[in-house]
Ligand binder design. Structure first.
Ligand SMILES: N[C@@H](CCC(=O)N[C@@H](CS)C(=O)NCC(=O)O)C(=O)O
Length: 207
C-alpha cells in the first residue's frame, strides 16, 4: 500500500502550510513539497480542487490519504510520531490544555487575523470594511491576553518542552505581526523571537 511512501505537503510561502512544514522539520521526517501558488489562483484549478475542495493550502498526503486543516495535520503528525515528544503523552493531564490551544488557534485566533489582513491589505480598497477590522482587533486583543496568560513565565506553551502547540502559537504570532495586529506584550514578543530562531522554523519560512 502507501505505507512507507513519503508524505506530500501542498504548500505556499507565508500561509498556514508553513505550520505543517515547520512541524515536519521539528520531527525530522522526510516529505515531498508540492508548491501551489495560491497567490495567482493555482489553488482554483480543477486538479487542485480534487485535492483540497476549497483550493487552499495546506493539504497533506499521508498513509495513502489526503487531509486538509493545518491544525489537524499537526495533531495527527505529533501523535503519529509521539516518541519525538511534540505532543504530551496520551494519558497526561497536559492533553487538556494541549487540545485547547490546538483548537483555539485555528478556531478563535485565525479568523480575527484573517479579517484584519483581508480588510487592510489583501482586498481592493473599495471592498475593505473598517468596522470589521475594528471588531477583529478587539477580539485579537482579548486572544493575545489569553495567550500571554497561558504562556506565563514559561518557555513553551504546554508543559516544559516544545510541542505542536508552539508551532501554532509561533505561526499565529508571526502572522499577527505581519498583519500589524497587537504585538505589545513583551513576553509574547520574546517568545516569538525564540521560536523564529529555531532551525526548523527558519527552513519552513526560508522562501
Ligand atoms: N483552516 C484552514 C485554512 C486554510 C487557508 O485558508 N489557507 C489559505 C492560506 S493561509 C489559502 O490557501 N488561501 C487561498 C485562497 O484563498 O484562494 C487551515 O488551517 O488549513
Amino acid at each position: 500500500g502507501d505505507h512507507g511512501r513519503p508524505m506530500k505537503l501542498y504548500h505556499a510561502p507565508m500561509t498556514r502550510s508553513g505550520r505543517v512544514r515547520w512541524l515536519l522539520g521539528e520531527l525530522g521526517e522526510a516529505y515531498e513539497l508540492a508548491p501551489v501558488n495560491v497567490y495567482v489562483g493555482e489553488g482554483r484549478k480543477p486538479e487542485y480542487r480534487a485535492i483540497h475542495p476549497h483550493g487552499y493550502v495546506p493539504a497533506l498526503e499521508v498513509e495513502g490519504q489526503t487531509m486538509v486543516e493545518s491544525s489537524a495535520m499537526c495533531l495527527y503528525l505529533a501523535d503519529k510520531y509521539i516518541d519525538k515528544g511534540l505532543a504530551p503523552p496520551f494519558q497526561s493531564p497536559l492533553r487538556a490544555e494541549y487540545y485547547q490551544w490546538m483548537v483555539y488557534m485555528p478556531a478563535t485566533c485565525d479568523p480575527q487575523l484573517e479579517t484584519i489582513l483581508f480588510h487592510t491589505k489583501f482586498l481592493p480598497e473599495e471592498k475593505r470594511l473598517p468596522a470589521l477590522v475594528e471588531q477583529a482587533r478587539k477580539k485579537w486583543a482579548v486572544a493575545e491576553r489569553f495567550l500571554a496568560k497561558g504562556l506565563g513565565d514559561r518557555q513553551y506553551l504546554v508543559g516544559d518542552s516544545f510541542t505542536a502547540a508552539d508551532v501554532l502559537l509561533g505561526t499565529t504570532l508571526a502572522w499577527a505581526k505581519f498583519a500589524g495586529a497587537g504585538g505589545d506584550d513583551p513576553k509574547l514578543a520574546a517568545y516569538l523571537e525564540r521560536m523564529a530562531d529555531r532551525p526548523a522554523f527558519k527552513t519552513a519560512h526560508a522562501d
